[in-house]
Design a protein around this ligand. Structure first.
Ligand SMILES: Cc1cc2nc3c(=O)[nH]c(=O)nc-3n(C[C@H](O)[C@H](O)[C@H](O)COP(=O)(O)O)c2cc1C
Length: 306
């Protein structure tokens, strides 16, 4: 059997395989400790740290849907100042043994830059993902749907850090390829495609919106064909790596994303169904590479564009 190499490089971030959790969709320390060695993951992605202290949204924050889930968690956050002061990275996440990606957000480009500046010195940060796409906070969605605001957010973040910068985009736009190109031109090293799709549920007994926030973001298997298409489009528009995120439930889904052009993938809602899904995705990608005689990820990335 020929050696296979699953490693990928995104900016200065080196991952031993292309699989990581999606932000906010995996709890390393409290809900899932010791299920499998976190060092098996390509990277550890943290839940978004907002610039401000935020309580998050009113409950209910989650609603099940036939093929996924709606969430309106709303980024509860201790704020970037407390996050840095408490040394969470060193104490909670460094021991997990995989490169750490910190997801940050803020209400303005300046607030996002401050988050990046405050993390710039940390040797525990392997990359920063800018959450420019949370549908559940005030300006969340505008950050990656308004062209000027998107440019300003990424450009300010770029001024604030030397770390690898990943812009996470919203799918709730007409032309995500154009928006991803703006991120690239503003200094992003990679783009994540994508966050959740706006949706809602209504309680027919109370006759009111089910979620405390009225609206929420749809994730899970329902969105996979939609986001896969967006990754396919973005791959043709940018030269920087694309990270695919949306409805990945198994290795075959992740492989589809790589064939569409993704350099790496994030697994979100599937973790709630099976907290062991990520190592299964990693093993499944390895088996696919062996079966198809692909020595590395680059040898099948984007092949669907032939
Ligand atoms: C409960 C929950 C919390 C989330 N929190 C965040 C977050 O803090 N930051 C973020 O960028 N995305 C957040 N997301 C979006 C996911 O990272 C991901 O983009 C989305 O769920 C699509 O992937 P999936 O279909 O695999 O779940 C959250 C998703 C869920 C389900």
């Amino acid at each position: 059997m020929a050696e296979i190499n699953t490693s990928v490089v995104i900016g200065n971030l080196r991952m031993k395989n292309p699989v990581m959790p999606a932000s906010g969709a995996y709890d390393y320390n409290d809900d899932n400790p010791g299920l499998f060695p976190m060092s098996e993951l390509g990277a550890i992605m943290l839940k978004t740290i907002h610039h401000d202290v935020r309580p998050g949204n009113k409950s209910p924050r989650i609603a099940e849907t036939p093929a996924g889930m709606l969430n309106a968690v709303g980024i509860p956050s201790i704020g970037i100042h407390a996050f840095v002061k408490e040394e969470y990275l060193k104490e909670k996440y460094r021991p997990l043994g995989a490169p750490i990606i910190v997801s940050v957000s803020g209400g303005t480009p300046e607030a996002i830059r401050t988050c990046c500046e405050m993390l710039d010195d940390s040797e525990d940060v392997a990359a920063i993902e800018l959450n420019l796409s949370c549908p559940n906070v005030g300006t969340g969605l505008q950050l990656s749907s308004d062209e000027k605001l998107l440019h300003d957010c990424v450009a300010e973040a770029r001024k604030g850090t030397h770390h690898t910068l990943i812009a996470k985009h919203s799918p709730n736009v007409t032309n995500i390829a154009k928006m991803a190109k703006i991120s690239e031109d503003s200094g992003a090293d990679a783009v994540t495609v994508a966050n959740t799709y706006m949706g809602m549920a209504i309680d027919i007994n109370t006759k009111k919106p089910f979620l405390g926030n009225c609206q929420g973001g749809l994730s899970g298997p329902a969105i996979k064909p939609l986001t896969l298409h967006k990754v396919f489009q973005v791959y043709e528009a940018v030269s920087i790596p694309v990270i695919g995120c949306g409805g990945i439930m198994c290795a075959e889904d992740a492989i589809e994303y790589i064939l569409a052009g993704a350099s790496a993938v994030q697994v979100g809602a599937a973790n709630f169904v099976d907290p062991l899904v990520m190592p299964k995705v990693i093993r499944g990608i390895e088996a696919y590479m062996e079966k198809n005689h692909f020595p590395d990820i680059a040898s099948f990335r984007g092949l669907a564009h032939q």
